[in-house]
Design a protein. Structure first.
Length: 132
């Protein structure tokens, strides 16, 4: 359903330093980069969803949308904890520490962060109690 998600940045090198270790932990590699944009995903599968950050095409300032978020599906709590930690170590800010969110479901476990530009991302598991 989704080809790619892109978030804007004011500093591509800083954004890459934030996203590279996070996506490496998720098993995603940087599959394209030029002086305007960087993509992560499966370079060999053009149909696999990708995530990108880059400068706005119109040359204007990147705007952060309030209420806009990309959530990455993760299969266990330990990895969510690790991803949250990597985000914090690489210039991110906390928007919700790792933990259960019973309002969203009995086994819903998540962590919420903002990248250095203020874009919000989440790492979620819908049922942390389910065996993978």
């Amino acid at each position: 359903m989704i080809g790619y998600t892109m978030v804007g940045t004011a500093d591509l090198d800083r954004a890459v330093r934030f996203y590279d270790p996070v996506f490496a932990e998720m098993g995603l590699k940087q599959c394209y980069k030029d002086d305007q944009v960087a993509f992560w995903g499966d370079k060999t599968d053009v149909n696999a969803p990708r995530f990108a950050t880059g400068y706005p095409f119109d040359g204007g300032k990147a705007n952060v949308g309030n209420g806009t978020m990309t959530a990455f599906l993760i299969d266990n709590a330990a990895k969510i904890d690790t991803l949250h930690g990597l985000a914090m170590e690489n210039g991110g800010s906390d928007e919700g520490a790792p933990g259960l969110r019973p309002d969203y479901g009995e086994g819903f476990y998540a962590a919420y962060v903002r990248d250095p530009d203020g874009n919000k991302i989440a790492f979620v598991c819908y049922d942390i109690n389910k065996k993978a």
